[in-house]
Design a protein around this ligand. Structure first.
Ligand SMILES: Nc1ncnc2c1ncn2[C@@H]1O[C@H](COP(=O)(O)OP(=O)(O)O)[C@@H](O)[C@H]1O
Ligand SMILES: [Mg+2]
Length: 377
């Protein structure tokens, strides 16, 4: 792994300990393939499901092959050097192929979704190590991962939120009081409600509850993922997404929005609808009036700023109708490291806006190098 000083060394970190391990591997495979080999040298760093860091085989096929999801399996064990002077990775098992020397890294692209990746934890590690990285910092990552605090910060910025209740220590609460919510709260929320783990993704642990009799089981299921559980009133409306990318000046730019149209009989965008079935149609761009498009883009940029995001984000909305007949736009959530393959919504929205996949990856890496990590600034 001799350094080529003329090329920028990008460590692409993928896999990880969250339920979205395989999705991350697929995203990383696409990112690595899109990095121009003339300008970038890729250091593929896999995190196994048990948390071990390994130098991955650069030729491993990180894609869904014959319906099988990719996974980080083995490789030379490495560790991030906490001392900023180290600037990169230490090889833990020196061998003939990989010497004991540090693998220097110029910039890190953490293509990780969910816990220990999109939630501020790896961002903190990279800050400590003094390495610049793609995407949001510690605070924005943690705040966007936590649906309670996302709502608080968006509301403080004047971006409307649906009715919701936060249950703390929900697992304990289920056994203490199977009713969980008083009548007034139930009245206010109405049915259906969405019961969700506060910090999760890919619809894992979420139940759409149509009868209060299902409620304790739904809370228990969410609490198995995260002890903090949100109970949200169902927000009627179309599901709209919008990509945000930092411009050369660091200011957020919004893509053309897209719409996820669930097929008849599909009530909501659950895990199966997202990854397994042909459950949805995607309109990219969404069929919206120019005014609606502008309103979505403006709200997406404001959400990015409200959460102090950096680099990129995907902002997800419900577009419904207010009692007076006007549009009602509610932000559902903000993803700081959205699914990142050429067929992911984020990439397709930017392609429709005129930024192709290789440009997207290049803009993010260049932006991270220009901005540097907080520690390096
Ligand atoms: N309050 C809500 N009203 C209506 N539909 C909802 C609501 N919350 C979630 N959903 C449905 O559930 C899906 C997943 O919820 P979301 O909060 O986006 O979780 P995740 O972070 O796992 O993607 C949404 O895409 C939407 O289809
Ligand atoms: Mg979502």
């Amino acid at each position: 792994m001799s350094g080529k000083p003329d090329k920028v060394r990008v460590a692409v970190v993928f896999g990880g300990r969250s339920a979205e391990h395989s999705i991350s591997c697929v995203s990383a495979g696409s990112v690595m393939a899109a990095l121009d080999p003339e300008r970038y040298e890729v250091v593929p760093v896999g995190i196994a499901t048990d948390g071990r860091w390994v130098l991955a085989d650069p030729d491993q096929r990180l894609a869904i092959t014959d319906g099988k999801l990719p996974e980080v399996v083995g490789g030379t064990a490495v560790s991030l050097v906490g001392d900023p002077a180290g600037r990169g990775l230490a090889v833990l098992e020196p061998s003939a192929a990989v010497g004991p020397a540090l693998t220097e890294v110029d910039v890190v692209f953490p293509v990780l979704h969910g816990a220990y990746g999109e939630d501020g934890t790896i961002q903190g590690l990279l800050e400590m190590a003094g390495l610049p990285y793609v995407g949001s910092g510690v605070f924005a990552s943690a705040a966007s991962m936590d649906k309670e605090f996302t709502k608080k910060l968006l509301a403080a910025a004047g971006l409307p939120q649906g009715e919701h209740v936060v249950l703390r220590d929900a697992a304990g609460a289920v056994s203490a009081d199977p009713a969980l919510l008083d009548d007034a709260a139930r009245e206010r929320l109405g049915l259906p409600v969405f019961v969700k783990p506060a910090r999760a993704g890919s619809s894992i642990g979420i139940t759409r509850v149509t009868d209060w009799a299902q409620f304790p089981a739904a809370v228990a299921e969410a609490a198995a993922v995260d002890p903090k559980v949100l109970v949200e009133a169902a927000v009627p409306g179309r599901e709209i997404e919008c990509g945000v990318l930092a411009g050369p000046d660091g200011r957020p730019q919004a893509s053309l929005p897209a719409e996820i149209r669930l097929r008849p009989g599909v009530d909501w965008y659950d895990f199966a609808a997202k990854y397994l079935d042909d459950a949805a149609d995607f309109d990219i761009p969404a069929a919206l009036s120019p005014g609606q498009t502008e309103a979505v883009q403006e709200a997406a940029r404001r959400a990015y700023l409200a959460l102090d995001c950096r680099g990129l984000a995907r902002v997800d909305f419900f577009l419904g109708t207010a009692p007076d007949g006007s549009d009602r736009l509610v932000i559902n959530e903000v993803n700081t490291m959205p699914g990142f393959t050429p067929i992911s919504m984020f990439a397709r929205m930017w392609a429709a806006t005129g930024v192709d996949f290789a440009d997207l990856v290049d803009r993010l890496v260049t932006g991270a190098l220009d901005g540097g990590s907080r520690a390096a600034r």
